[in-house]
Design a protein around this ligand. Sequence first.
Ligand code: XCC
Length: 628
Amino acid sequence: MDKKMLTIDLNSHVLLDKAERDGVETIYDRKLGFKAQCGFGLQGSCCRICGMGPCRITPKTPRGLCGADEHTIVGRNFARMVAGGTAAHSDHARDIAHTLLLSSRDGNYQVKDEAKLIALAKDWDVETEDRDIYDIAHEVAEIALMEFGKPFGVSRFLKSAPVQRQQVWKDANIEPRAIDREIATIMHSTHVGCTADIDSLIHLSLRTSLSDGWCGSMMGTRLSDILFGTPTPRETEANLGVLEQNKVNIILHGHEPSLSEMIVLASEDPELVALAKEQGADGINLAGMCCTGNEVTMRHGVRIAGDFHQQELAIITGAVEAMIVDVQCIFPALARVADCYHTKFITTSPKAKITGSTYIEFKEEEAFDNAKQIVREAILNFKNRDKSKVLIPELKSTGTVGYSVEAVVGQLDRVVNSHIDPAGTVKPLVDCLTSGVLRGAAGVVGCNNARVVSNESHITVIKELIKNDIIVVATGCAAQAAAKFGLMDKSARKYAGKGLATVCELVDIPPVLHLGSCVDISRILDVVSACAKFADMDMCDLPVVGVAPEWMSEKAVAIGTYVVASGIDTYLGIMPPVGGSAKTVQILTEGLKDIVGATFTVNENPQELAATIISDIEKKRVHFEALL
Ligand code: XCC
């Protein structure tokens, strides 16, 4: 098979040819090298939790050595994926909380959105009258840090959900307690000799996932907005064509904004800009990948170089002086690819050291100095660029990004009510849904997955949804796919149905809104929650869905689970590794309806997946309209 069949991105095609010529291996070569994937792994029916195993379930060996059946094994594996994902998102939030604790008027980090800090402080009963904003920030940060390990109580963010939803969580006993406790409980309960009951394993998974969505991720987003500013709409460009021939190209890849924000500042430092010119470059060009890319494009319009599957290809352009990474979604393969070019592959976090990289530890206490050191390394590497090895593909798309909840709500409210109110109200949005001008809304999120053609499912599903008047909000690599294919440009309303196109024109928005990184799926929860509260309904009553057409990470499993637990039906374009247990499949795709009012649907054919979503949204509308 031609590896170019594995992605629909035309820039990727150009660079895959170049990789072939340069003798460089990519994910697509490795994909073709794997003739068949392990059937037990795909089904989730291999248990390697204890040292007696691995035990693999077959019709002849229906139980592991301890007697665990397929439901226990699949359920434990699923729960551990949820715990892994929750740990990643939440540990990210923990670092941001520590950064908030370090913030000061003359330090590396300042409070950028005081109003959001005050609002959160009031929510958390922190005294705000006549207090220095940094005293408030530090108290809020300390309370946030307690959310990870407090011995009593439940997540402080739960009360931002509609009361009906809070009751569902209470009734099902899935109100998440401290985040670390939920993760530890899953690791304990899935240890050999503990939970061997599939209902209980799913129950634990729901509660832990909620500690991600309604605590860790929500905290990550709120505190990031407080520290770095709440995003506002701005123009950008996307795809590898954003790299520049005559500039020092620096790719920011990973997840946490504390480092990337500092790199943005450092790249504007006059001394470093002068150094770049001294080295013969026209300047410094930052471009983002994965969720770090989303964070910096949302707040600064930094252009998007590409998504998860393009990280090696970025280096293969031969035009990248430094690939700077922090945590999550970083291919260890980057070290080998960087060796074939002049690119410096710079790791910065003790949580994600990678053999073969240049390690420059980033410490929040010395943030700006560390960032300048890293940018300086990149600049000094410009002279090593081998022009004969450079190929920057031409394609890039324009788009508008930066749709925080405040921006989405404010934009609609401002235009419809012709007054400017930054807080705004969701009434115009709810009106669009109730009148049926918009049939529904879909959050399209998640990764690229080598089990399907890169970007194909994202683009097929998104185009079908907007054609059918379903507004799309996107995060993560799904958002980057949409941006690359021009769907975040305001002109993309030409692909939308009549209702959505009219709203886009009236309100001056694209049909696909960029809501940020994957922790920012909490923004989607916030907007759905606000609409439900306004309509005095539960979140499961609204014609809204979650979709992850090309998900791959454990984080995505945690996300999908908390989205369902929030009452939002979720559609997956990749089958999770649960097929080995009919009971698990039954609970996830049907049984959860009775517990949380929503379920998962899986279809690996993107056209069929989109058709199911559209018809399910119409069914949900009947229920929704009956409640009006
Ligand atoms: Fe990673 Fe967040 Fe997935 Fe992209 S979408 S591959 S998790 S960068 Ni979050």
